[in-house]
Design a protein around this ligand. Structure first.
Ligand code: GDP
Ligand code: GDP
Length: 433
């Protein structure tokens, strides 16, 4: 499981600058995904062999008790509760602010693992810049410069020290499914329909404090594991109030899954939040099946309307299958699972080098990459660099000059040749030296 780092601090201490630095390389990889807005607050990062999720909580004004600032504080505290490590940013140039003390006190009460980062410390003597922040009583402050990158790697290594490096891909033999979507779209109804009454073998993953839960079930002789977000699970418990929608838990469930099922509500318009979750699934590289739920409750006029809206707003999910289902009555759910199987198989597919290279060479023969300036990129051979998502690494000359449109052309060609329905696909170029 990837740990989640949560960036907290008062406005203007440099949270979003640090966020951008931590997620940058990754963002460059996915910059042309239309589902992702520029003002994202959730992203992927990696330091060495440790991948992580990072959350920028925005400004934290702990003194407000009503209005939008109070709402932000509430969301920040929820993120703090759900994250694995908190990074509390303060500003080394303005020095210790009264607000920092209030935030420190709130954070201390949560008992979460916490690192204090004194930002904007470039060009300043470390000892003098951190000195006054000892007063916060949060351990040894770490001096960093988010803007210049100084100390950032050390800070993240420190924060991630208790977490294991990326595990070797375990040989999985059945899909792990995350059922995700906005509140009230029908996720728990779908879970119950899939798992049935005898939803038994529920267990919390040992050795983690995290609140996700794995539920095994069988259908038509095949095994599946559902990753239940707490919001889904708690509905079944009469004593607990309906859990608030949790973005972090949704993201963690997506990370832990091979296949995500994104549930939409046909009675409601496709919302930005739907597109955000979809974009995140794509960025995480997970296979995807979309379930447009409550199909029983809409008339034919609305059905056409929904389909048009999906084409407009979720058109970037062109590799995913869409199913129009009723979780309540169970209609369409069998076919949905077939697509889950298909997407899982595609995500895990073994792509032999000879065939990859043959498909590549045929694609190049049909349509050669354009010359950029003095360079004409020349792809020569291909091999598989990973699964879930399948990564296809292409070797050749001057590949750093390859146009993005050509990458997409190759992606589509490989997808068709290997019948990779339901999974994103990554084509990477390695220039030979
Ligand atoms: P946020 O409100 O906490 O997200 O803060 P921002 O990331 O928007 O940064 C606030 C201001 O501080 C911006 O003008 C940044 O350019 C500046 N800033 C951020 N990090 C650094 C840093 O490491 N050094 C310096 N000197 N300025 C920084
Ligand atoms: P969740 O918050 O996403 O887990 O949503 P729920 O499963 O709790 O469902 C929210 C509401 O939608 C409940 O009142 C369900 O009975 C209803 N619902 C769920 N699936 C369907 C469906 O397929 N058709 C109809 N008509 N209602 C549904």
């Amino acid at each position: 499981m990837k740990p989640t780092l949560v960036l907290v601090g008062r406005p203007n201490v440099g949270k979003s600058t640090l966020f951008n630095r931590l997620t940058k390389s990754r963002a460059a990889l996915v910059h042309d995904l239309p589902g992702l807005t520029r003002d994202r607050h959730y992203g992927h990062g990696r330091v060495g062999d440790k991948p992580f999720l990072v959350v920028d909580t925005g400004g934290f004004e702990p003194v407000a008790d009503t209005g939008i600032l109070a709402e932000m504080a509430k969301q920040t505290l929820q993120a703090v509760d759900e994250g694995d490590v908190i990074i509390f940013l303060v500003d080394g140039r303005t020095g210790l602010a009264p607000q920092d003390k209030i935030i420190a006190e709130r954070l201390r009460r949560t008992g979460r693992p916490l690192f204090l980062a004194v930002n904007k410390a470039e060009g300043m003597a470390r000892d003098s810049v951190v000195a006054e922040f000892h007063e916060l009583g949060l351990g040894e402050p770490v001096a960093i410069s988010g803007a210049h990158g100084e100390g950032v790697r050390e800070l993240i290594e420190l924060a991630l020290a208790p977490f294991p490096a990326e595990p070797e891909e375990a040989a999985e033999d059945h899909p792990k499914i995350a059922i995700v979507g906005r509140p009230n779209v029908g996720k728990s109804t779908l879970v119950n329909t899939l798992v049935g009454e005898e939803r038994v073998i529920a267990f919390d993953e040992p050795g983690t404090t995290r609140d996700s839960i794995f539920v095994d079930f069988e259908r038509n002789g095949r095994k599946y594991t559902l990753i239940d977000t707490a919001g889904v699970r708690r509905k079944g418990r009469v004593t607990e109030a309906v859990e608030k929608f949790s973005v972090i838990k949704t993201l963690q469930a997506i990370e832990d899954a091979n296949v995500a099922v994104l549930v939409l509500d046909a009675q409601q318009d496709v919302a930005d939040q739907d597109a955000h979750i979809a974009g995140f699934i794509q960025e995480a590289g997970r296979a995807l099946v979309v379930a447009v739920n409550k199909w029983d409750a809409v008339d034919s006029y609305r059905r056409e309307q929904v389909k048009r809206e999906i084409a407009l707003k979720l058109g970037f999910l062109d590799y995913a299958k869409f199913h129009f289902i009723s979780a309540l009555h169970g209609s369409g759910v069998g076919d949905l699972l077939k697509s889950v199987n298909e997407a899982y198989a595609a995500a895990m597919a073994k792509l032999p080098t000879p065939k990859l290279t043959r498909v590549l060479q045929e694609a190049v023969a049909k349509h050669a990459p354009a010359k950029t300036g003095l360079f004409r990129p020349k792809p020569r051979y291909a091999h598989q660099g990973g699964s879930n998502p399948p990564i296809i690494v292409i070797h050749g000359n001057a590949l750093e000059h390859m146009a993005d449109s050509y990458r997409r052309y190759l992606e589509n060609t490989f997808r068709e040749a290997f019948k990779l329905q339901g999974t994103p696909l990554r084509v990477e170029f390695k220039a030979n030296v």
